[in-house]
Design a protein around this ligand. Structure first.
Ligand SMILES: Nc1nc2c(c(=O)[nH]1)N[C@H]1C(S)=C(S)[C@@H](COP(=O)(O)OP(=O)(O)OC[C@H]3O[C@@H](n4cnc5c(=O)[nH]c(N)nc54)[C@H](O)[C@@H]3O)O[C@H]1N2
Ligand SMILES: Nc1nc2c(c(=O)[nH]1)N[C@H]1C(S)=C(S)[C@@H](COP(=O)(O)OP(=O)(O)OC[C@H]3O[C@@H](n4cnc5c(=O)[nH]c(N)nc54)[C@H](O)[C@@H]3O)O[C@H]1N2
Ligand code: SF4
Ligand SMILES: [Mo]
Length: 748
């Protein structure tokens, strides 16, 4: 049986609390915030503190307060009542003000009277924008079927549009957060433990933390980082697998400079060592797992010697890692990771991670995987449209996350097979920089009959819009309701509910997603099906289940708190029931095997680096979020471009120096549009180079971010589609450096 999931089923199994964040220690909770007016120092006018903000500079959604003076937001801070982030926010959260007041921001509905990719904008009224969008979408759906419209959503403002498009009958929805990010992780853990793990590992109370490519510290999620740092402070041993000396590697007790793409072999060898030395949680395995003998059998070849050669690391290091995990069990955080779409062999790697957690018994114990529960929230949505089975492009991937694999949509758009896709709608996603093979994405955007984009900024994707709609930013609108919990063994666990509320009035003609979609729906003949009249009503319905409302939350400084339940099982409990077919943790997954994949995690080699090239790796910058922050004045000031990490010995042989200006070309001849500087460092393997993702926007309407640094996506022409899930692995490209117009060979 395959594991095709509807979004609703998936969310149910994830439980709304899976998005919740653990935090080891209660941030100091103030009884109430200083409300109303206070005198700012010096000659400043009176400044008001407004509560109820929820950040969306990334998707962690820290709770905020805003300092407002003369109707202008002058400062953002963490909401002191927050039991997640407390008073802390990160650099990006802080710089939200520069998004809010960015002079380049979209202000009015626009119509492209030029070409896609080289737009000429004409300001039009909302009436005209909505009339035309509705008419064209409706005509396309009438002629080619409801599934001929594809949606590329991301972020809180896209939730309601997503439900709407699903309701109009299209399954062709590709969320970046699934297909280019964590979809494979969620599905691999679901097939092992029966639920998606979120990032819910209790690092603060762990004896050992294992990070597999998660570069915490560059990957910044405030409360998650607090928990991780608390763990290190409490003496947790840190093991980091990363080909690069990441921020996390710099704090590690053991840094494994693993050869890219070989982590599964490493994890298998670690499991072999644990099993052969008897250092695994025998009771948990016996009472809560199935398939241990198959797992053991599958590991006979996976010796530390075998993995050492594959992973290009000393065998002793593999033993050291295994032994450290073994003596720390069950209080081990095997971090599930987040951006897990790497090589198109990812389901198996993440299954190996999940199995490792399981044999360590690292579940529902301090330090292990936990399932923090937030409060239940209400729902009211559009409901589901009906579409024929044969319209579902995703059926080919038995373990696909909700929606449709991106590449299937793009190929159907380009080839018309198995059926034509004629309209693309982007809502909070920048597919040009997000999806691999940029040229093909652009080709598809050129081919469709209609492109509708809703955004806050002029971005790469907006250049291809026929109609471009300006949305209120997260600081000017209601939308997301966040619930979760935090705990500490010494303290009482607490649950919270926070709803995003505007900190300032919106400007210009920007609207929120419920308004926009409802207006579109009326024009597309669905007036009587509209589930909520306004975004406020939407939020109130969610809050009502928790016996709350916007008005009530406002009186509570934006956050409601109540006692919660400990995420740890009673001491000594080793038998659990899971939501898998067998009710047990499936070390051997029959579902997976039934679909002709290996039922136990197996290592699949990724393509070797060709002579003269280095593998292109990428990741996060602590002060940027993908492409969306590139025009942010403050963040750009902190990091204007993305230096190319080159190994010092390699650079020495090539005659490259720190600060040299270079471009890149990949194995298919695709060149970077822009240049960047070289960072010469011993902190990266010789066979790889590294860039932070999101730079080098091609939109000239960005007066700060345009053309700054190298866009990694321009070099990702090749990608691996994970056969189990359909998610896209992008670390499959190889580059050479161009200096002074000359292409340089990378010495092996
Ligand atoms: N090459 C490469 N590709 C990657 C990654 C990588 O590391 N390298 N990372 C992957 C991962 S983990 C992820 S999660 C995805 C992220 O993928 P995306 O979400 O596409 O990332 P962004 O580039 O930030 O694009 C977000 C778009 O939403 C717009 N936006 C911001 N706020 C709002 C709003 O309130 N309303 C609306 N309507 N629009 C808004 C921004 O201006 C921007 O155009 O990318 C994936 N793709
Ligand atoms: N500041 C900031 N923080 C963010 C975001 C942001 O945009 N900015 N985005 C958020 C989002 S949506 C996500 S998904 C997460 C992503 O954050 P993570 O899940 O941590 O993922 P990446 O950024 O892709 O990880 C890149 C790291 O993986 C290493 N790596 C590359 N190849 C391999 C390999 O084969 N094996 C191993 N072991 N390591 C490898 C790289 O060297 C790099 O250090 O970050 C979140 N946090
Ligand atoms: S981690 Fe930073 S950017 Fe992300 S929600 Fe929190 S403050 Fe905002
Ligand atoms: Mo992500």
């Amino acid at each position: 049986m395959a594991m095709n999931l509807t979004r609703r089923k998936f969310l149910q199994s994830a439980s709304l609390a899976a998005a919740a964040v653990p935090l080891s220690r209660v941030a100091p909770v103030q009884a109430s915030l200083v409300k109303g007016q206070f005198a700012a120092p010096g000659s400043f006018a009176q400044t008001k503190t407004v509560t109820g903000g929820v950040c969306e500079m990334c998707f962690w959604r820290c709770q905020l307060v805003g300092k407002v003076r003369d109707n202008r937001l002058v400062k953002l801070e963490g909401n002191p009542k927050s039991i997640e982030n407390g008073k802390s926010i990160c650099a990006r959260g802080n710089a939200g003000i520069q998004l809010l007041y960015d002079p380049d921001r979209l202000k009015y509905p626009l119509k492209n009277v030029g070409k896609r990719g080289a737009p000429k904008w004409k300001r039009i009224s909302w009436e005209e924008a909505l009339d035309e969008s509705a008419e064209r979408l409706q005509a396309i759906q009438k002629k080619y079927g409801p599934h001929s419209v594809a949606l590329f959503p991301h972020g809180a403002s896209a939730f309601y549009p997503l439900q709407y498009f699903e309701f109009t009958g299209t399954p062709n929805i590709s969320e970046a957060s699934f297909y280019q990010c964590r979809g494979v992780r969620d599905m691999a853990y679901m097939s092992t433990f029966g639920f998606p793990p979120g990032e819910n590992v209790d690092m603060a109370n762990a004896k050992a933390i294992l990070l597999i490519g998660s570069h915490l510290g560059e990957n910044v999620h405030v409360s998650h980082l607090k928990q991780y740092l608390k763990g290190l402070e409490n003496g947790a041993k840190l093991i980091v697998l990363d080909p690069r000396f990441s921020a996390a590697a710099s704090k590690a007790d053991i840094w494994v400079a693993i050869k890219p793409g070989t982590d599964t072999a490493f994890l298998q060898a670690v499991m072999t060592r644990l099993i052969t030395t008897g250092r695994y949680d025998k009771e948990f395995v016996a009472k809560s797992c199935t398939g241990f003998s198959e797992l053991k059998e599958s590991l006979t070849h996976a010796t530390p010697e075998w993995a050492a050669t594959i992973c290009d690391v000393p065998k002793e290091q593999i033993l050291e890692v295994a032994d450290l995990l073994g003596v720390s069990l069950p209080n081990v955080s095997v971090h599930p990771g987040r951006h897990t779409t790497w090589y198109g062999t990812d389901f198996q790697r993440v299954r190996a991670q999940a199995c490792l957690s399981a044999i360590l018994g690292a579940y529902a114990v301090p330090g292990g995987m936990i399932r923090p529960k937030g409060m239940k929230l209400g729902t009211k949505s559009w409901g589901h449209g009906v579409f024929a089975e044969d319209c579902d492009l995703s059926t080919f991937w038995p373990f696909h996350p909700p929606g449709t694999p991106t590449d299937a949509i793009r190929e159907a758009t380009l080839t018309g097979k198995p059926y034509p896709i004629k309209a693309w709608v982007a809502w909070g996603q920048n597919p040009i920089q997000t999806i691999p093979d940029q040229a093909r994405t652009i080709e598809a955007l050129q081919k469709v009959d209609f492109v509708l984009v809703t955004d806050v900024m002029p971005m790469d994707i907006t250049m291809y819009a026929d109609i471009l709609l300006p949305e209120k930013s997260y600081l000017e609108r209601y939308d997301y309701v966040k619930t979760g919990m935090q705990w500490n063994p010494a303290d009482k666990p607490q649950q919270f509910v926070a709803a995003r509320m505007p900190l300032v009035e919106p400007m210009f003609e920007r609207k929120d997603s419920v308004w926009i979609i409802n207006e579109l729906a009326k024009r597309m003949g669905y007036a009587d099906k509209i589930p909520v009249k306004s975004i406020e009503e939407h939020v109130d319905i969610r809050l009502a289940e928790a016996k709350l409302s916007i008005a009530a939350l406002k009186k509570m400084d934006g956050i409601y708190l109540q006692d919660g339940k400990s995420p740890y099982a009673p001491a000594g409990q080793r038998a659990f029931e899971f939501e898998t077919d067998s009710g047990l943790v499936e070390l051997y997954s029959e579902q997976t095997a039934d679909n002709n994949f290996s039922g136990t995690p197996n290592y699949i080699a990724t393509e070797e680096v060709p002579a003269g090239f280095a593998r292109l790796l990428y990741g996060r910058s602590p002060v940027h979020s993908f492409s969306r922050t590139q025009n942010n004045r403050w963040l750009h000031h902190e990091m204007p471009e993305n230096p190319l990490w080159v190994n010092d010995q390699v650079a020495g042989k090539m005659g490259l120096k720190n600060g040299d200006r270079v471009m890149l070309v990949n194995q298919d001849g695709a060149k970077s549009r822009n240049s960047t500087v070289v960072k010469v460092t011993p902190g990266i393997r010789k066979d790889a180079v590294y860039l932070a993702h999101g730079f080098g926007s091609m939109n000239p309407e960005l007066s700060i971010g345009n053309g700054q640094g190298i866009d990694d996506q321009a070099l990702i022409t090749k990608f691996g589609i994970d056969p189990e899930t359909g998610t896209t692995g992008m670390r499959t490209n190889f580059v050479k450096i161009i200096k002074d117009g000359r292409i340089l060979e990378m010495p092996v």
